[in-house]
Design a protein around this ligand. Sequence first.
Ligand code: ATP
Ligand code: MN
Length: 464
Amino acid sequence: MKILTIKEIFKKKTLINKKIFIKGWVHTRRDSKKGFSFLNIYDGSCINSIQIIVNNKIKNYKKDVLKLTTGCSVSVIGIIINSIGREQNIEIKAYSIKVIGWINNPETYPISSKKHSMNFLRKFSHLRPRSRIIGSVSRIRHTLSYEIHNFMNKNGFYWISTPLITSLDTEGSGNMFNISTLNENNISYKDKNLIKNNFFGKESFLTVSGQLNAESYACALSKVYTFGPTFRAEKSNTRRHLSEFWMIEPEIAFVSLNEIILFAENMLKYLVTSILNQREDEINFFSKYWKIDLIYRLNKFINDKFIQIEYSEVIKILQKNYKLFNKNIRWGEDLFSEHERFLSEKYFNSTIIIKNFPKNIKAFYMRLNDDNKTVASLDIISPGIGEIVGGSQREERLDFLDKQINSFKLCKKNYWWYRDLRRYGTVPHSGFGLGLERLIMTITGIKNIRDTIPFPRTPYNINF
Ligand code: ATP
Ligand code: MN
């Protein structure tokens, strides 16, 4: 007999009165005085669990059914019936139940059917996907990833697998993990140039961004994107930074800053719409969980035009409101989290796009504006989270790029191939990086980025 998932059972209306076979885990068990037990079984295929009614006449009722606890795995053969007076309109009358796996020491099983704190769940990252909340995050993460590829494909983009191991520091921030095969045993201490003995014969790192490589493909295939893990060795232990996170980086030839901004807004709205359409159950669950109206909030995200504002204007607003901040900001300085929050949550109460930052606080590859002071850059700030997108028009003029490479004190030789893109048929092009986990925070209301990725990596935390 074919195993049905709980998702299929709730979806197919034609299964009423049909005999079915399911496998899953016990969420709860309740025994009635009339000689029945009610089991709630989940299998993760959707957010719902299904109720199973077990009659005490079943052979192994006393031996097995009465001993079932949260987390036990079972297989059930039964018939689907319409249920009366319950929020779920169908349930299963069991013919037989088999226990596949028991819970050793149920008293100490961490994932009971009650609500646990996110902090508690994080300590059991190997078991936490069994909780409804992390199960829901996982399904949303899947649908988002799938829809990212779908959106890109529909819009004529090609997916480029850029390398994770690199010798270049794209962001110029120095927050990179070093890769080495050298260890105490194979280091020759007489050797003055250790790096030459290392695996690649050169200093090598885990990438912070696939952008530079993506640019090479955009300058041939016009519309490309990367989607994969990136690594940042930032010692910042905040609720929105991971040491390993996933980034979507579209890169488009013949496109300027204003066009890439519109593209980013469309893409974000498409993705949020897809989640509202396909993951309504999960979104409703999150609304109840946090006691907020997420549906309203996400519809506002989709329907309101994102507010665009120049960096220089932002500084004026912040200076007028200087009393609210720990530090008075001056033109030329980067925004702090408190500034971003004030702007998106209080001042504008909207998703905002800040444009044209001073060149000194942005990366070397961003295109210099005619004012000679700012670069054609953008940050998208989401209320409650902060930056979710950072991007720019790229410097396509070789002489300008060289000036930047010099003033950032980068080694020109290392960028020979990147400079070639400007020497051979250069074109204006633009792109951005969208952090998958920060988007998941925006969509689900999750407050700590550690709960948006299966096994989070952060400073001093490499468990699991
Ligand atoms: P922040 O200022 O928040 O540290 P950033 O300016 O360093 O971010 P970018 O280099 O512009 O970030 O990266 C592009 C996008 O990648 C960001 O907008 C964000 O969504 C995501 N991102 C960057 N760093 C992290 C991180 N440590 N953990 C999770 N996502 C990140
Ligand atoms: Mn940024």
